[in-house]
Design a protein around this ligand. Structure first.
Ligand code: GDP
Ligand code: ADP
Length: 392
């Protein structure tokens, strides 16, 4: 236990960090990590990208390369250093699904990027995400229509969705383009990259290696789009265990005979490969429909009808406002707050509001290296262990 230092920019116009006096601009606040002072916020000057670093060892200011999308404005925020590698930033007076941000300053991912760029690098990520931003995992046996449904979605909503381009060791089909449908690679290189921690998940499917690189998902998130992953059931299980808070959808054929018909009609595989995929389909269908792994199971009988049901799940059928649906209750934080930390929970206190808010960081564990994801936020009192808040 023990409370971490908290800085509230509203109190600060100047900051003394490790003996150095730094003059801060409006809406800026500072946190010391080792020899470096990270100054965050400021008058949204594009050149600053929201972060400047004072390096005490050289006495110089550095403008770092900034990865990820930064928060929209910093007026009113509190900060806390977590594990010496990332800074938690809570934006006051904003909705709960937009108030939690992380600036990674020294995580493994950031360290790798520093080596690559040869300069200071920091990385922004958003803590709590709404349903309208949650990645979508689509699984189902070969030939069931996953690709067809995903294409329809991307065509109708090109600015909303982005496809996570997987790596695979299988040979490209006639119309498949490298970097668009898959990153086609060979086993040695892919295994090397898996060892280096570059993959969010990977699996051996129909005798080939397939995997989602962290980069594939981040490229989509960085473009401000919602990521769609077409992966097998094993991959879905790995993603479920990661910090990527996805929605899991399993697509079933109306019958096994129809699946076989579609796979043959597609005409992209040899008879031997078709037989292998059909054999695997039995196990996939069993796992997909019985494991409880998937949030939704859709039968792709009539294509248009199935597509409409898919859109409904994603809140795109006009009956629901997708921007209002979030995995956690949406509430606004008050302007004046203070933060304290108990184990893996951050307690957000406000004198002006009766309700304390809990930010649960425990789900950050086991996630992809690099970007911080999978944070839960809820009003205190929902869980029995929240009683500990009384001691804060
Ligand atoms: N785990 C995992 N599975 C993947 C990935 N990319 C594709 N797959 C799955 O691999 C299987 C075979 O894909 P593919 O060879 O394109 O054949 P298709 O399903 O008949 O279109 C499908 O179940 C895909 O969902 C990935 O990155 N990870
Ligand atoms: N509901 C459907 N009814 C009939 N054919 C379909 C339907 N959905 C997809 N197909 C066809 O089935 C074949 C396999 O679809 P595809 O999207 O490639 O499957 P997957 O990506 O799951 O392997 C394609 O030729 C596609 O046009």
């Amino acid at each position: 236990m023990g409370e971490a230092p908290v800085f509230n920019n509203n109190d600060l116009h100047a900051s003394i960090t490790n003996g150095c006096y730094l003059k801060l601009k409006e809406s800026e606040s500072a946190i010391v990590v080792g020899n470096k002072t990270y100054v965050i916020g400021g008058l949204d000057n594009p050149a600053s990208n929201g972060v400047r670093i004072f390096d005490k060892s050289t006495g110089e200011w550095v403008i770092p390369i900034v990865l990820g999308t930064k928060p929209n404005g910093f007026k009113g925020h509190s900060m806390m250093l977590l594990n010496n590698d990332r800074i938690l930033i809570i934006k006051h007076n904003s909705k709960s699904n937009d108030c939690v941000w992380f600036l990674e300053v020294d995580t493994r991912f950031v360290q790798e990027q520093k080596k690559k760029f040869g300069t200071e690098v920091v990385s922004w990520s958003k803590g709590v995400i709404g349903d309208a931003e949650r990645p979508i995992v689509i699984s189902g046996p070969s030939g069931v229509g996953k690709g067809t449904l995903i294409n329809m979605l991307m065509k109708e909503f090109p600015t909303m969705f982005g496809f996570s381009v997987s790596h695979t060791t299988r040979a490209p089909r006639e119309k498949e383009q490298n970097g668009v449908h898959y990153h086609f690679t060979n086993r040695d290189i892919m295994e090397e990259d898996i060892k280096a921690g570059k993959f969010l998940e990977f699996a051996s499917v129909h005798g080939n290696l397939y995997g989602t690189s962290i980069e594939a998902v981040e490229v989509v998130a960085d473009a401000g789009k919602r990521c769609i992953l077409d992966i097998d059931v094993q991959g879905a299980r790995s993603v479920r265990a990661s910090s990527l808070e996805a929605i899991f959808i399993f697509i079933c054929p109306p019958s096994f005979e129809e699946l076989e018909k579609r796979l043959r009609a597609r005409g992209t595989e040899s008879e031997e490969v078709i037989q292998k995929r059909l054999r695997n389909a039995k196990a996939e269908l069993e796992q997909g429909t019985s494991s409880g792994l998937f949030d939704h199971i859709l039968v792709n009988d009539d294509l248009e009808a199935c597509y409409e049901r898919l859109k409904k799940i994603l809140g795109l059928d006009g009956s629901t406002d997708a921007t209002l649906k979030t995995p956690t209750e949406v509430f606004a934080l008050p302007m004046e707050i203070s933060l304290s930390k108990i184990d893996e929970r951050i307690i957000i206190n406000s004198e002006n509001a009766d309700q304390k808010v809990v930010l649960d960081l425990s789900s950050m564990k086991g996630g992809a290296p690099g970007r911080t994801r999978g944070i839960r936020m809820y009003p205190a009192g929902l869980h029995s262990y929240d009683n500990a808040d009384e001691n804060v």
